[in-house]
Design a protein around this ligand. Structure first.
Ligand code: NAD
Length: 343
């Protein structure tokens, strides 16, 4: 086996578990050495795909047997807490899919287990690895568009055409779309503009009327340094999935998403000959990669090997959930809400 090879176990092998498996093919020092799915057919297929002679339907059995360094938790949100905490306590590193969990209590359990553990815990807020968003953040940090004053993002999806994932509409669990999917856009703006101090939201329920939760929410927020912003979450909108994002600074504007091959940057340009000021759009080509698991897993390997610092820790995941839950509470109460962040 290659030196410094990091061995991964996946819990939840269909859906996003497959994206992790595929992403791993781009990481030379990573490989899948154990798989678990509650659905035996899925587990068996994953074992075949990865050349393994064993598979599990109970993750606790897999944790007992070992043979891996890091567990990737790719199951529906309601399993994230137990599977992450048990994996950390069993002595494994953990990469857990977003949203970290659905409640602050569950987040707290993961944050505490991660603090106690000597192992690495990473949350999969993968938009922080999406090429267009990475470049946009770099440009903002380098002052390319001057002082930020307004940030906008969205999570626009149509869950009625998803082929899998019926659990998303389980009335027992009430997965709110702002936490479940909107967390991508909420997290993206937190990453770029900081932690909002206050959120106010409106929601409605006009498209996916057979779902047990509001299907569209708009949240407006106050960010540090007097930046204001908004995030729209819709899981019923009639358009292909995208996360259109606009970042406005006093010297320029960036328009970027995760599903287009280019981003647009506007800057003012003064024509000295005519004396007129114009907006020059600059189109920058971008690799479309809205599930950049290769970068996420490469980072996990590099953190485990001590080559880089961990950036997406449990508190990052928990604070994104805290912000999303504040938006949900605001829409329900009609009042502005201060998010309950973890430290
Ligand atoms: N990063 C992203 O952009 C992204 C995209 C999609 C989903 N996700 C997240 O990934 C998670 C899974 O979503 P999905 O779309 O892959 O769902 P899915 O339903 O398509 O797949 C979930 C898999 O987990 C298995 N499973 C369910 N309960 C299990 C259990 N208790 N033990 C073991 N296996 C179990 C299922 O059989 C299935 O194979 C969710 O938390 C979701 O939010 C993230």
């Amino acid at each position: 086996m290659e030196q410094n090879m990091i061995r991964f176990a996946i819990i939840g092998t269909e859906g996003i578990g497959r994206s992790h498996e595929k992403g791993m093919q781009g990481v030379p020092n990573a490989k899948v050495t154990a798989v678990c799915d509650i659905n035996e057919e899925y587990a068996k297929k994953a074992a075949v795909r990865n050349g393994l002679d064993k598979y599990y339907t109970d993750y606790k059995e897999m944790l007992k047997d070992g043979g891996f360094d890091c567990v990737i938790v790719c199951t529906p949100d309601k399993f994230h807490r137990d599977q992450s905490v048990d994996s950390l306590n069993a002595g494994y590193h953990v990469l857990c899919e977003k949203p970290l969990t659905m409640t602050l209590e569950e987040c707290e359990d993961i944050v505490n287990a991660a603090k106690k553990s000597k192992k690495i815990f990473m949350v999969g807020q993968v938009c922080r690895k999406t090429p267009g968003f990475v470049l946009a953040k770099q440009m903002v940090d380098q002052g390319e568009i001057g002082e930020l004053f307004l940030v906008e993002s969205e999570y626009a999806h149509d869950y009625s055409i998803l082929e899998r994932g019926e659990w998303r509409k389980d009335p027992e669990y009430l997965r709110h779309p702002v936490v479940g999917g909107g967390c991508h856009a909420m997290d993206l703006l937190r990453w770029i503009a900081g932690d909002p101090t206050e959120v106010f939201a409106y929601a409605n329920h006009k498209v996916l009327t057979d779902w047990p939760v509001d299907d569209c929410t708009i949240a407006i927020m106050k960010y540090p340094n007097n930046v204001i912003g908004k995030v729209m979450t819709s899981i019923g909108c009639k358009r292909p999935y995208t996360m259109r994002t606009c970042l406005y600074g006093d010297k320029g504007t960036i328009i970027v998403d995760n599903t287009s091959p280019e981003m647009t940057i506007y800057k003012t340009f003064k024509n000295e000959a005519t004396g007129k000021t114009k907006y020059l759009p600059m189109q920058v080509p971008i690799a479309i990669n809205n599930h950049n698991m290769t970068a996420e897993i490469q980072d996990m390997c590099d953190v485990i090997s001590g080559k880089i610092e961990l950036d997406m820790d449990a508190i990052v995941g928990a604070n994104t959930v805290a912000l999303c839950l504040a938006a949900v509470e605001s829409a329900a109460t009609g009042k502005p809400v201060t998010p309950k962040y973890f430290h």
